[in-house]
Design a protein around this ligand. Structure first.
Ligand code: 0A1
Ligand code: ZN
Length: 853
C-alpha cells in the first residue's frame, strides 16, 4: 500500500526558488485540456540548484529551459513531482501538461460542474493543473489566457482584469486576464461556461467604482439578488468597521452545483457552491438566506484577511480562517439579532467543535502535523480559531483591536505570514503581553473551568475560585494553563455588576465586596471563551439568570442548563418525575414578546450532539428517549400557550424582515412541540398546503418526518413532483427523507440511494442523504442492530474512489465512537476496520483511520 508521509510545522523551510511571473494558457477540452505554463524563476540562495515542482495526475508533454526543450534524461518525473536543474540565477521555464477535467470527480484542480469548467486550488489543487511550487509562500504575478468553444463557453473567466479577447479558428475564442496582485497559486481560478449574469456596481468610500458580477446557471438570475445585496452590505461593513476597501475594478462570483465546500475566495473570482448564492422565498428558508449572506461576507472579507495578507504555510490556516470567521460572525451580528447570532455560533462549538477537540483527530488551531491538508479545514481551525480571535477582541477592546489589525496590514500587506506575526501585531499595538495567550494556538482540547463560590454574610464579601483543567488529547499528553478571559455578571437586587476576569493559572481567586446578600453568578457572559464550565447551580439561580441577566446569551444559556440538568435526571433515574416548576419557569419566557427569534432559541432544546458531549460515554438511545420525553412534557405542559402563539402567527403574511423572520421561527418552534400531540397533526398538513415560502413548508415537513405523521409520504410525493427540477430543493427533500423516524428507514434509505436523482458524484446530494442521516437521525443511526453504521460505512467505501474529501468528512460520525457505550463502540470500530482494508484507500481516510483505530 502507498505510504503517506506526515509533514510537520517544525520542519518549515523557505523555498530555494521564487516564481516571479506565470503566464498560463488553457486550451479547454473535456478530456484533453492542454495547459501551457511559462514561469520566470529566480534563485533565493546561490546554493539552490535542483527545483522540485509539485504535480499530480498530470500528463507531462514537454519541459523547456530558457527556450530549449529538455530531453527525458534532463528531468525526473514521478507520481507527485517534476524536478530538474536550474543553472542560472534567473531563468524561464515552460511546461506543457495535459489533464482530464471530465473524469475529475475529486473536484480538486480543474473539473467540470454540469456544463461548466471550474477550478478549486486550495489547499493543494493547483498541482493537479500544472507542475508548480504549490505552497502559499511562493507568490507570483499571474496572467491567464483561456481558449474554448465559443458557443458552449461564452464566458471565459480568471483572476484580475480582462486585458485581451478575440476569436480563433474552429469556432473558438479566447480571453486573457491579468491579476496585478502577487498571489499564491491556491488563489488561482478559472471558470468557463454559459451562465446568466447579474450585474451591479459599488462605489467605495475613496470613490473607486467596482463592477460586481454574479454568474448563475441559466434561469436562476432572479435568485441571485439576495447574494448581490449581501455583497454590497459586506463591502460597506468592512469599510465602516475596519477601513478596508476592495482593490480591483471587478469582483466576480460564480455559482456551481458541484463543489466540495461552501465557497472559495480566489482573487477577484470567487467560486461558490450554488447553495450559498441562490435564494428566493419559494426555494430558500430563512436560515438559507442568513447563510448566503454569511458566506458571501466571509469570502469577501478574505480579500484582506487571506489574500492581501496570506499564510506562510498551511499550518497557519487559522491565520486567515479564524480571523475571517470572526469577521463574518461580527458582520452577521450587526446585520441581525446579535444575541441570536451568538447563540448559533455557540451551538456549533458545543455540538461539534468540542467533540472534534476531544476525538481522535484533536489538533490545535495551528496544527503541528498534517498528512492530508484537506483534513484540516475543520471546526477547530475555523470556529475555535474565531473564538481565539474573539478572546483577543475581548481582552483588547474594540478600539485596540482595530489598531492591532491596522498594524498587521501595515506590516504584512503583500506577504505570507504566521499566526505569531498576527498576535505580535496585536500585542504591539495594544502594548500588552500576549505571550501566555499564544498557547491557545499550540494546545488542543477544551479547557474545563471549575467554579466555586462563597459568601461571607458578615463582611458582605463574595468570593469566586476558578480552576482550569484541560484533559490529555490523542495528540498531546501534557496540558498547561491558558490565558482565559471570563466575563461574569453578579446579579442582585441592588443592580447587576459586570466584570472581566483573566484566568491565567491553574487556580485563581477574586473577591467582591459590599453585598447585603449573596449575588447570583452569571458565568461566561457572551461565551467569552471556548471552554466547558463545571458549576452546579440550583434551578432557582438558573431561573434568576433567565429573567435578570443583562447579557442575553447568559439568559439563554441558563435555560439550556436547566434543560440539560433535567435530561441528566431522566437518564439516570427511570422513575424521575419532571417537576412542574419547569413549566412555570418556561412559561414566563413565552410572555416576553420583544424578540421572537430569541424565544425560539430559548425553547430549542440542546441538541443530541451537545448532550453527548456532556454525558459521554453514553447509550445514545437512552439520550434520544430522554430528549423525546422532555419535549413531550413541555408540549403537554404548555399546550395552550403554544397553540395560541401558533394561531396568532399562522396566517401572518411572508415578509423578508427581522420581525417576520423571528415570527416564523417562533411559530415553527411552537409547531415542533404541538406536533408531538396527535390531535394537532392536522396543523402540519394545513401549514404545508397553505405555505407560500420554503421556511414554513420545510418546517411542516420536518415536524412530520420526526413524528412520522400519517400524511408525510403524501406531502413528500407532492413536494418531489413540484421540485424535481430544482437541485437545491431536492437536496432538502433527501434530507427530510433521511430524518424519517419510522422503523422501515433502512428500506427507505436503500430506495433513496437508487433514486434517479441520487448521485455520490454531487457532494451536496451525497451529504443531503448520508450526512443528514448520520447527523439528524440518531435513533436509527445508532440503532442496536448496527445497520445505521453499516449504511454509512458502505457509502464511505463508494465515496473513497469518487471523492475522498467528501468521504473523509462523512467518516466523522464513526471515528468519534468513544462518545458511546462499549457495545456501540465495537459496532462502529468494526465498520471502521472494514473501511481500513479498502484497496486504494485515500490519504484523507487513511489519516483519520490511523488516528481512530
Ligand atoms: N478557503 C475557503 C474554504 C475552502 C477550502 C478548501 C476547499 O477545497 C478543498 C474549498 C474551499 C473558505 O474558507 O471559504
Ligand atoms: Zn475562509
Amino acid at each position: 500500500m502507498t505510504e503517506f508521509n506526515a509533514r510537520y510545522l517544525k520542519d518549515y523551510l523557505p523555498s530555494d526558488f521564487s516564481i516571479n511571473t506565470i503566464d498560463l494558457t488553457f486550451e479547454l477540452d473535456d478530456n484533453k485540456t492542454k495547459v501551457t505554463s511559462v514561469m520566470s524563476i529566480s534563485k533565493n540562495t546561490s546554493e539552490a540548484n535542483k527545483i522540485i515542482l509539485n504535480g499530480e495526475q498530470l500528463k507531462l508533454i514537454a519541459v523547456y529551459y530558457n527556450d530549449t526543450a529538455l530531453n527525458a534524461s534532463e528531468y525526473q518525473v514521478d507520481d507527485d513531482s517534476l524536478s530538474f536543474l536550474i543553472k542560472d540565477n534567473e531563468c524561464t521555464v515552460k511546461i506543457v501538461t495535459e489533464i482530464d477535467p471530465e473524469n475529475n470527480t475529486s473536484l480538486e484542480g480543474l473539473f467540470k460542474s454540469g456544463g461548466a469548467f471550474c477550478t478549486q486550488c486550495e489547499a493543494e489543487g493547483f498541482r493537479r493543473i500544472t507542475y508548480y511550487l504549490d505552497r502559499p509562500d511562493v507568490m507570483a504575478k499571474f496572467t491567464t489566457k483561456v481558449i474554448a468553444d465559443k458557443n458552449l463557453y461564452p464566458y471565459l473567466l480568471s483572476n484580475g482584469n480582462k486585458i485581451d479577447s478575440g476569436d480563433l479558428n474552429n469556432n473558438r475564442h479566447f480571453v486573457t486576464w491579468e491579476d496585478p496582485f502577487l498571489k499564491p497559486c491556491y488563489l488561482f481560478a478559472l471558470v468557463a461556461g454559459d451562465f446568466d449574469l447579474l450585474q451591479d456596481s459599488y462605489k467605495t468610500t475613496s470613490g473607486r467604482d467596482v463592477r460586481l458580477e454574479i454568474f448563475v446557471d441559466k434561469g436562476n438570475k432572479t435568485k441571485a439578488h439576495h447574494a448581490m445585496a449581501s455583497l454590497k452590505h459586506s463591502m460597506r461593513w468592512d469599510e465602516d468597521t475596519f477601513g478596508l476597501e476592495y482593490d480591483l475594478d471587478i469582483y466576480m462570483i460564480v455559482a456551481v452545483d458541484f463543489f466540495n465546500m461552501g465557497a472559495m475566495e480566489n482573487k477577484g473570482l470567487n467560486v461558490f457552491n450554488s447553495k450559498f448564492v441562490l435564494a428566493d422565498k419559494e426555494t430558500a428558508t430563512d436560515t438559507d438566506y442568513f447563510n448566503v449572506e454569511a458566506v458571501i461576507a466571509h469570502e469577501y472579507f478574505h480579500n484582506w484577511t487571506g489574500n492581501r495578507v496570506t499564510c506562510r504555510d498551511w499550518f497557519q490556516l487559522s491565520l486567515k480562517e479564524g480571523l475571517t470567521v470572526f469577521r463574518d460572525q461580527q458582520f452577521s451580528a450587526d446585520m441581525h439579532s446579535a444575541a441570536v447570532t451568538r447563540i448559533k455560533n455557540v451551538r456549533v462549538m458545543r455540538a461539534q467543535q468540542f467533540s472534534e477537540d476531544a476525538g481522535p483527530m484533536s489538533h490545535p488551531i495551528r496544527p503541528e502535523k498534517v498528512v492530508e491538508m484537506n483534513n484540516f479545514y475543520t471546526l477547530t481551525v475555523y470556529e475555535k480559531g474565531s473564538e481565539v480571535i474573539r478572546m483577543l477582541h475581548t481582552l483588547l477592546g474594540k478600539d485596540k483591536f482595530r489598531q492591532g489589525l491596522d498594524l498587521y496590514f501595515q506590516r504584512f500587506d503583500g506577504q505570507a505570514v504566521t499566526c505569531d506575526d498576527f498576535v505580535t501585531a496585536m500585542a504591539d499595538a495594544a502594548k500588552i503581553d500576549l505571550i501566555l495567550f499564544k498557547r491557545w494556538y499550540s494546545q488542543s482540547g477544551t479547557p474545563i473551568v471549575k467554579v466555586e463560590e462563597s459568601f461571607n454574610t458578615n463582611s458582605g464579601e463574595y468570593q469566586i475560585n476558578l480552576s482550569q483543567l484541560t484533559l490529555p488529547t490523542k495528540d498531546q499528553a501534557t496540558k498547561y494553563a491558558l490565558h482565559i478571559p471570563i466575563a461574569i455578571e453578579l446579579i442582585n437586587n441592588e443592580g447587576t455588576q459586570s466584570h472581566l476576569l483573566e484566568l491565567k493559572s491553574d487556580n485563581q481567586q477574586w473577591r467582591f465586596s459590599g453585598f447585603h446578600e449573596k449575588p447570583t453568578l452569571g458565568f461566561l457572559a457572551n461565551f467569552s471563551a471556548p471552554v466547558k464550565v463545571d458549576f452546579e447551580q440550583s434551578n432557582s439561580d438558573l431561573a434568576i439568570i433567565m429573567t435578570s441577566a443583562k447579557d442575553k446569551f447568559l439568559r439563554w444559556d441558563a435555560g439550556q442548563k436547566l434543560f440539560s440538568n433535567t435530561i441528566s435526571q431522566i437518564i439516570t433515574d427511570t422513575n424521575y418525575q419532571i417537576p412542574a416548576e419547569l413549566i412555570d419557569i418556561l412559561a414566563t419566557q413565552l410572555c416576553d414578546n420583544s424578540d421572537p427569534a430569541l424565544i425560539a432559541e430559548q425553547f430549542t432544546l440542546p441538541n443530541f450532539h451537545e448532550l453527548v458531549e456532556q454525558f459521554k460515554p453514553i447509550n445514545p438511545i437512552k439520550l434520544v428517549d430522554a430528549l423525546d420525553k422532555l419535549k413531550l412534557f413541555i408540549a403537554k405542559g404548555l399546550e395552550k400557550q403554544l397553540l395560541s402563539i401558533y394561531q396568532a402567527l399562522a396566517d401572518k403574511p411572508y415578509l423578508n424582515n427581522a420581525q417576520s423572520i423571528g415570527d416564523r421561527a417562533l411559530k415553527n418552534m411552537s409547531l415542533s412541540y404541538l406536533v408531538l400531540l396527535p390531535e394537532h397533526h392536522d396543523l402540519v398538513k394545513r401549514q404545508y398546503l397553505t405555505s407560500d415560502n420554503m421556511t414554513d413548508a420545510l418546517a411542516a415537513l420536518q415536524s412530520s418526518a420526526t413524528q412520522t405523521v400519517e400524511s408525510f409520504d403524501a406531502m413528500m410525493a407532492s413536494f418531489e413532483q413540484r421540485w424535481e427540477n430544482t437541485t437545491l430543493v431536492m437536496d432538502k427533500w433527501f434530507s427530510l427523507q433521511a430524518a424519517y423516524k419510522g422503523s422501515n428507514i433502512f428500506e427507505r434509505l436503500k430506495n433513496l440511494t437508487e433514486h434517479s436523482l441520487f448521485s455520490l458524484k454531487n457532494p451536496n446530494r451525497a451529504r443531503s442523504l448520508i450526512g443528514a442521516f448520520a447527523q439528524n437521525n440518531s435513533r436509527y443511526f445508532h440503532c442496536e442492530t448496527g445497520r445505521g453504521y453499516q449504511f454509512l460505512a458502505d457509502q464511505i467505501c463508494s465515496l473513497n474512489a469518487i471523492n475522498p474529501q467528501v468521504a473523509s468528512r462523512l467518516i466523522t460520525a464513526l471515528i468519534q465512537y468513544q462518545d458511546f457505550d462499549e457495545y456501540r463502540q465495537n459496532l462502529m470500530k468494526s465498520q471502521l476496520e472494514r473501511i481500513a482494508i479498502l484497496p486504494n484507500l485515500s490519504k484523507d481516510l487513511k489519516e483519520k483511520l490511523d488516528a481512530a483505530l
